[in-house]
Design a protein around this ligand. Structure first.
Ligand code: UGA
Length: 582
């Protein structure tokens, strides 16, 4: 039996991937797009964007003549029995769906069908708001062809669930096929095609009405986005709880079969060409139907704020970002694609620039797209190494495999200040925290209340600094003197050095102890003890100390202006003593 011949309207990422996969399985596919450059690119065996395995499929299918693109849309329709509509459905300003391309495509298909005698099936694969297929596509085809739905042509809605970066794999091995149909004949034809396409690996199938199929697509995306926003919301809570980690919490709940492990990866938020536009279109549609969708609203709201969490963490590690060189690793909205549509990297870079940072960015694939957005406002590195070199904080924005392979030593070796904020949870905190300044989305951390922590950013190895230690300690003999400066002796000094080394992981060479201060306002059981002395860093990395203590390093020539009271007092004492001595 002759295989059904297929045409495609729209050579975006869904259209081209699906067309190439169909052609690869021996179906004759003719494509049309209003953008002539896409037609030329396809016919030369190339792809206008990066998608794993796709170029190889396009190349072989064009060579074997199963796949081609034509400039005449009428020819595409007349050369086929079944036409897939895969044009874009972006948002308008108010979030509602923009159906311009859908209307245009259905008008052109209608005009072509006027010239055709035999029955034709039109399959809408574009994501469209419920009722669009019947009311817009169906009516346009009737109007421009002069034909009747049912007797002359049929309509199906056949949503796609392809993930960018996995699109070829997802086409060959989908979880299910959804077919919405205007009548049985239309559904039967599409099902028969898929049975032939999948042969022995036919996935579960759902056959239903046009509106149900339209809804399934939106609800699927909304549910997945809600899952990710949910885990990001909990990640933000984890961050405030020392000792907690969203990675473990997500694993713990994901093993419950009713929840599942997938799409529970916390991070800096979701982006891409689908979820942001689809959720907004769904909300807009619900408002028009007088129905509230508070979970969808919250899903979007959480995602709006999520990218900025990365900036907050960076500030906690290195202080104000103004004039600091910040390395952004990853620009694409997810790995294995060069797509930057609604990528969180855009918001992150815009915020970094607003804060006065100097941004240097690297992405294995998306650099050319970033240049269209940021032009020469940021620096583009050609490698990870070039990006990290001399930077003062590295932000992990996309989880490319190459970034996963990095070790703490790579950051320490290349960066001016080795500080990493893991926005995609690709590094083991157990390995990173002891070796460099490390923070991650959803990783419980200590809170640094003192704005002077900013000063940490400018300490270099070997630099002479004033070290102020403030700790809440249980009342022990040595520390129990209430109030004022305590007398210190050699035992105190040795114990201080040991303690500081243990807490910081640094080798500290004390030069002069300035003072030990106990805060009498604290409860008699817990004393706040502030110790300060001049010392130099011999080597090692800075890391947060124990639960109840803070260690601050203030470069002597650059003491921060805003300090907590007790630190201020210590530094004043120090400065007095220092100026007397010199
Ligand atoms: C999504 C859906 O997964 C597809 O089923 C659907 O066909 C497609 O939209 C579409 O409507 O065309 P896609 O946008 O390519 O696919 O990518 P996803 O893998 O779903 O990721 C979306 C965003 O969520 C990315 O920014 C990703 O980094 C983020 N994400 C995903 C997380 O932050 N955590 C996760 O656990 C999963």
């Amino acid at each position: 039996m002759r295989k059904v011949r297929i045409s495609f309207f729209g050579l975006g990422y869904v259209g081209l991937t699906t067309a190439a996969c169909f052609a690869h399985k021996g179906f004759k596919v003719t494509c049309f797009d209003i953008d002539e450059s896409k037609i030329e690119t396809l016919n030369s065996g190339k792809t206008p964007f990066f998608e794993p395995r796709l170029e190889e499929l396009v190349k072989t299918s064009v060579e074997t003549n199963f796949l081609k693109a034509v400039k005449d849309p009428v020819k595409a329709v007349l050369d086929s029995e079944m036409t897939f509509i895969t044009v874009g459905t972006p948002n308008k300003e108010d979030g509602s769906i923009d159906l311009t391309s859908i209307k245009e495509a259905s008008k052109t298909i209608g005009e072509a069908l006027r010239l055709k005698d035999s029955w034709h099936l039109i399959v809408v694969k574009s994501t469209v708001i419920p009722t669009t297929t019947e009311n817009v596509v169906g009516n346009n085809i009737k109007k421009y062809s002069g034909k009747h739905l049912g007797s002359d042509f049929g309509l199906c809605v056949n949503p796609e669930f392809l993930r960018e970066g996995n699109a070829v794999e997802d086409t060959f091995k989908p979880d299910r096929i959804v077919i919405g149909e205007s009548d049985k004949k239309s559904g039967d034809l599409l099902e028969a095609f898929y049975r032939e396409f999948y042969n022995n690996n036919f996935p579960p199938i759902i056959r239903t009405s046009l509106v149900n199929a339209e809804l399934i697509k939106y609800v699927n995306n909304a549910f997945l986005a809600m899952k990710v926003s949910f885990i990001n919301m909990i990640a933000n809570l984890c961050q405030e709880i020392p000792g907690s980690d969203i990675e473990i919490v997500a694993k713990g709940i994901g093993l419950d079969k009713r929840i599942g492990q997938l799409f529970l990866k916390a991070g800096v938020g979701w982006g891409g060409s689908c979820w942001p536009k689809d959720l907004k279109a769904l909300l807009n549609f619900s408002v028009k139907n007088n129905v509230e969708l508070p979970l969808v609203e919250s899903t979007l709201k959480i995602n709006e704020a999520q990218p900025y969490k990365l900036i907050d963490l960076a500030k906690e590690l290195i202080g104000e970002l103004n004039s600091k060189r910040i390395a952004v690793l990853g620009l694409a909205f997810k790995p294995d694609t060069d797509d930057m549509r609604y990528a969180v990297s855009i918001k992150i870079i815009e915020k970094l620039l607003e804060e006065g940072a100097k941004v240097v960015a690297y992405d294995p694939k998306a650099g050319h797209n970033a240049k269209k957005i940021f032009r020469d406002i940021i620096e583009y590195a050609d490698s990870i190494q070039e990006c990290l070199k001399d930077s003062e904080c590295a932000l992990i924005v996309t989880e490319w495999d190459d970034f996963r392979k990095l070790k703490p030593e790579d950051f320490v070796k290349l960066m001016k200040i080795p500080a990493v904020v893991d926005g995609r949870r690709i590094y083991d905190p157990g390995l990173y925290s002891p070796k460099l300044r490390f923070a991650a989305i959803g990783l419980g951390r200590r809170k640094y209340h003192n704005p002077a922590f900013a000063a940490n950013a400018i300490i270099k190895e070997g630099e002479r600094i004033l070290l102020v230690k403030r700790a809440i300690e249980p009342c022990k003999g040595l520390w129990s003197l209430p109030g004022g400066f305590m007398e210190y002796n050699e035992t105190v000094e040795t114990s201080l050095v040991r303690e500081v080394e243990e807490e910081t992981g640094l080798k500290v060479k004390p030069l002069k102890i300035i003072g030990v201060y106990s805060d009498p306002l604290r409860s008699p059981v817990k004393h706040v003890i502030t110790i300060s002395y001049e010392c130099s860093i011999v080597g090692g990395a800075l890391r947060p100390s124990s639960e109840n203590s803070e260690i601050k390093f203030f470069p002597i020539n650059n003491l921060p202006k805003r300090l907590a009271f007790d630190h201020f007092k210590i530094i004043k004492e120090y400065t007095k003593a220092h100026s007397k001595n010199s």
